[in-house]
Design a protein around this ligand. Structure first.
Ligand SMILES: Nc1ncnc2c1ncn2[C@@H]1O[C@H](COP(=O)(O)OP(=O)(O)OP(=O)(O)O)[C@@H](O)[C@H]1O
Ligand SMILES: [Mg+2]
Length: 386
């Protein structure tokens, strides 16, 4: 059965933005040195990172990214683990776990070991980290890696301990932590160490973090548990409530990415876009297809978008006049996958009268920022948290 929900346009295919994140690595070779004295130290220093095992990690609720010293982003995979329910033994992680998601027999479970940016399942989180590190390290790596990891701001000591212990269990030699808003701001190219206020909004899968940074420190930060996942659930709830159509979460995410928006766009020739979806009719229990319009998805996203705007407004209200002046002048930067929501910068501008800018490649912003800290650890040591 096919029905049309607001049949006022044409559906189009859009490029999947997450697919193009992995970039070919650039191997940077340092000055040639004569090898004598401490060979391993010379080897590590002389090759400027080829042999070095320093890594930067954005351990996210939805995606984990790893950058290697001198090689850029080397891993970008969903934060998923598949394991045997009977033995607890992990059988796949990342992309492989996503491939079997929803198609597993009863004795295999696929889970996300992180919730709201923090580890919720220690055993499987460290198994996932171990498998990602193995993929990220090249065959030249002789040493256990040293890793700088991005963690949510306001993380508790117990939650920090869990990240550090999980990394050690996964074979990491040394761990340093940096707050994600700070990393996102560095990745977006904001002057976080200068005496000027910078505001960043990182909209991830589990949380939206709003932060104001100045002189290498955090002036304000707040995290809400409304982000990409909540948007998917809002679409699922909306279609069920208004159209009696039950769809899966991954289908809701697809609708969000393909036609989700926070502000109406004008399509002078085509009108509102339509997209075909399918699920289960909750009255008959039978499979059903439907065409969903951009307007329906925008309506469905209204609540989570409003929660994000409220958290931005709260941050603005808390800032002192000097910082408010800096933000007025320079605008606010958006990072994280949620920043790709169409019309979001326009909607935020409409509601706050401030300029909003989407950071370049927002999905890799945090790992690129963590990578800057890792590459220049002595200079950026003050940005790490304890
Ligand atoms: N084009 C897009 N439009 C809207 N949302 C998108 C788009 N691409 C990805 N997303 C969303 O971005 C979210 C993932 O973003 P990101 O990888 O920054 O999260 P994360 O870092 O894993 O999570 P967190 O920071 O909360 O721990 C997902 O909810 C995904 O649906
Ligand atoms: Mg994130």
């Amino acid at each position: 059965m096919t029905s049309t929900l607001f049949p006022t346009g044409l559906s189009t295919e859009r490029e999947d933005s997450r697919e193009r994140v992995l970039r070919p690595g650039v191997i940077r070779q340092g000055r040639k040195e004569r090898w004598h004295g401490d060979l391993s130290r010379k080897m590590r220093r002389g090759f400027g990172g080829v042999l070095s095992s320093d890594l930067a990690m954005d351990l996210g609720t939805a995606n984990t990214l790893i950058a290697a010293k001198g090689r850029g982003v080397v891993l970008n995979e969903p934060s998923l683990v598949a394991y045997h329910r009977d033995t607890g033994r992990p059988i796949a992680s990342g992309i492989e776990a996503r491939e079997i998601f929803g198609r597993t027999p009863a004795n295999i479970a696929v889970i996300r070991p992180l919730k709201s940016g923090v580890i919720s399942d220690f055993t499987h989180a460290s198994a996932m980290i171990r498998s990602f590190l193995k993929k990220a390290m090249n065959r030249f790596h002789l040493l256990k890696p040293r890793v700088v990891i991005g963690v949510p701001s306001g993380i508790t000591q117990v939650e920090k301990r869990a990240v550090i212990d999980a990394a050690h269990c996964a074979g990491v030699r040394q761990v340093k932590l940096v707050e994600e808003p700070m990393a996102a701001a560095l990745g977006a190219g904001l002057p976080v160490s200068e005496p000027v206020g910078s505001m960043i909004v990182d909209i991830g899968g589990g949380t939206t973090e709003v932060a104001i940074l100045c002189l290498g420190g955090t002036v304000y930060s707040r995290s809400i548990r409304v982000a990409g996942d909540e948007m998917d659930e809002a679409i699922q709830r909306y279609l069920r409530r208004h159209f009696g159509l039950e769809i899966g979460l991954s289908e809701a995410e697809r609708l969000k990415r393909e036609i989700g928006s926070a502000y109406p766009e004008t399509h002078p020739n085509t009108g509102d876009q339509l997209i075909r979806t399918s699920g289960r009719n909750i009255r008959t229990g039978l499979p059903q297809q439907a065409n969903v319009s951009e307007e329906v998805i925008r309506d469905a996203l209204a609540e989570p978008i409003l929660a994000i705007i409220d958290s931005v407004n709260t941050a603005l209200e808390q800032s002192n006049p000097e910082i408010a002046h800096d933000i007025m002048t320079r605008g606010v930067y958006l990072a994280g996958g949620g920043a790709l929501t169409r019309g979001l910068t326009e909607r935020l501008h409409h509601d706050t009268r401030l300029a909003f800018h989407r950071a370049d490649d927002p999905l890799t912003c945090v790992v690129r920022g963590v990578s800057q800290v890792m590459e220049e650890l002595p200079t950026h040591a003050n940005l790490c948290i304890t």
